[in-house]
Write a new protein. Structure first.
Length: 187
């Protein structure tokens, strides 16, 4: 039984949403059959619940680094935060200065192809445990031809669904991308 956090009433309705668009730290995601709308019939408090939020952040970061579009500053920041690292920690991992990370994230300079590939591989390998439903191919990421010019300055829209996966003889939920080949869709 759900209880309203606003008024304490147990007159709460829930409904799974067919699709829910969500802004996730600067990235646009569409959740398919996964988010739940909650409405209190007494006080009309409304909310959308998103399960496995930490896994969604990891899945979105992996989905984005697997897309062959140049990472912009906000996306680099999102990936860094998904990793749970400071700029100094990321800088150390990819052999640049924290000031360089800052310039990339603020859009003052573009990330070099070599550093971008390194960042993509580090992020995908580090976060893959939190999003086990996504097939991560580090060799494919390493050989990826990144399109350096983006047709739009709009954030990329990625679609995800919550799926059951078997881990260590237990079933759990994990986020997976919606497209064939586990590549998030740009639109």
């Amino acid at each position: 039984m759900k209880i309203c956090k606003n008024c304490g009433s147990d007159l709460v309705r829930t409904k799974r949403l067919d699709a829910h668009d969500h802004e996730l730290g600067g990235l646009r995601v569409r959740l398919i059959d996964s988010a739940v709308r909650v409405i209190c019939e007494k006080c009309d408090q409304r909310a959308v619940l998103i399960p496995e939020h930490e896994g969604l952040i990891a899945a979105a970061a992996i989905g984005r680094v697997m897309m062959p579009l140049k990472l912009d500053g906000s996306e680099i920041r999102f990936v860094r935060k998904a990793l749970g690292w400071t700029a100094a920690q990321l800088a150390e991992r990819i052999d640049v200065t924290p000031e360089t990370i800052s310039r990339w994230e603020q859009g003052h300079s573009a990330i070099s192809p070599k550093c971008e590939t390194h960042l993509r591989i580090v992020a995908a390998s580090t976060l893959s445990e939190l999003a086990p439903a996504i097939d991560v191919d580090l060799m494919k990421i390493g050989k990826m031809q990144v399109c350096s010019v983006r047709e739009s300055s709009e954030p990329v829209l990625m679609e995800f669904e919550l799926v059951k996966v078997k881990q260590e003889h237990q079933k759990a939920f994990s986020w997976d991308t919606m497209d064939e080949g586990h590549m998030a869709r740009a639109s």
